[in-house]
Unconditional design. Sequence first.
Length: 648
Amino acid sequence: MGEMGRLIGGRYRIDRELDSGAGTRSLLVTDLRNGRPCVLRELSVAAASPAAARRFETQAAILARLDHPGLPRFVDAFSEGEGDAAVRVVVTSYHPGESLERLVAKGRALTESQALTLLRRIVPVLAYLHAFEPPLVHRAIGAAGIVLGPDGRPCLTDLDYAVAEEAAPSAEQAPPGPDELALAAPEVFMGGAVPASDIYALALAVCRGMTAKDPAVLLREVARVPLRSALGVSEAFAAVIGRMLDTSLERRYADARTLEADLAKLAGVRMTPERQRVPRVVEAPRAAEAPRAAEAPRTPRGVRPLVLAGVALVLFALAAVVLRQRSRQTPPDTSLLVPHTPRELAVAPTAVPPAPTAPASAPPLDQVAPSASSAAQGSAAGLPVPVPAPGPEAATAGTAAAVPAESSLPPPQPAATPPAAAPALDAGAVVAHGRLLFEGKAFVNTTAPPPQFWFRDEGLKTPAKPQVEYAAGVFTIRGLAPGRYAMSVRIDLAPGNPKTFPGDLTGWEEFTVEAGRPTELEVSLRTVMHLVQPVDNGVVISGWDIPCGAGNAHPGKVVFSWEPLGSGARYDVSVDRLACSRGFVAAGRVFAHSTAETWVRIDLPPNEAAECYSFKLTANRDGRTVGIMNTHGKTGIGWDYRFTVAGR
């Protein structure tokens, strides 16, 4: 208790201890730079074995590569102290809510419907981890490590990952009994861990949440009575759980995608048949590393013509209201495009930027490949990461059989009530102070032109128009009503080419405005990267505007190369299949790789009809995303490069 309030790293204030072990402890801390709660894991170098220290470093490197809303977000890693007082530290985001184990202790067992919803929300997280090459296996999934947020969304908070290994049981090793099987799948005790091991562990955790019984007791009971009777569930649901808990790897679900499809059938959701084809990778990928997702939340790329026309009418009316209500505010530079969706419409200087449309409850971002449709794409319009693939918010197409946005399970909702009107705020009131960062340091470039700021009301999904004062990397925002907002910052650092072309800087941040309480912001800038092969993104790409990537056809062996961003940079590459006829929903990740080289060659099979490939590239250094690739066409901007592969 005497440590409460002490600073670690000059930035993190200890609030309370969460857990402790041999040479390690976990603390709830407050990041004084932004006031956000975080979880700080600390390893005592003197008390830990060399193997434990190496594993801690490995886990920190893995965490820095992960980017999925169902996993804690990497914040920081550093060492502090000397000699016996030396510690290694990893900081991740804090996920508020209650663990499944705590809900069980409170007598709030899951119903079959709630258990199905939980499984459908957490299986895509496993698909994301398993999409690494080689796969990342969580191993330690338990009811205490599944935290349910206020909106019902789960987060896997246990952070001990391993690289998948084929199980190789020893002839001398006795098979595990019920007590051991209640902790992990049999192959974990017999010499290895594979993606199916996580499926077994997840089933145990969900059964614990439904019955409040110790998993070992439940397994003994299941040996005597049918699983359906032990759980009190339907035959169909019991069949899925039974296959998840099968001790035979041949009969158990081999991967999260197959399980996801069966869960969708139980929920009555129609899913697209899986046609995942894993390409032959010419360059051997590195293990357990993943690229960061793109910078901002993704929204579906397209809508049907009639819906688009209706949205346009609504936007005209909304724009008129906004202009009247905020006439005192400084009008934005309308030449700045709406940021960070894979495809953005270019707008005339006097036009109101189109607001992206999205269902009220979209699926995880690693299942959807969003983008605003361009004029040339018409009704065919409609996107994370880690390596697998990498945005807050972003990314991550870790699942191959994606659930269309309109069929995703929404979180439990309270009874509908009319939304309360946000309190008005004086147009001159300061709502936020902020500064720009580049590679973790204050951005101070006296020769750079002033940044262009663009804001969006995340509740209404419409542009916002506050007043912004900027000088020497520091800015002040005035005149936003309380609510949730997103902000884009772009700096034309390379005046020899148009805005948002290679060499320029771009950043994205989301924040909340509270009445009478200015927000402190930090916006990290990333360099727009220069792709030189198979196309040059330093110019408008010929064929970019042709729908479904059809304007850029390549042979199966595609070589991508780019200009380096200096020493110490690593480059994260991913390729997804996009189903154009379904509004550009991700149809599966086919390549994910992290490398220090500035090129990669991929052997891709021909794409299916009405499908194309989507290539994404980001760069990182010292755990920070420092670069991102975009592309330009005649009608807009995209944060990927789309192409097709012809038949051989």
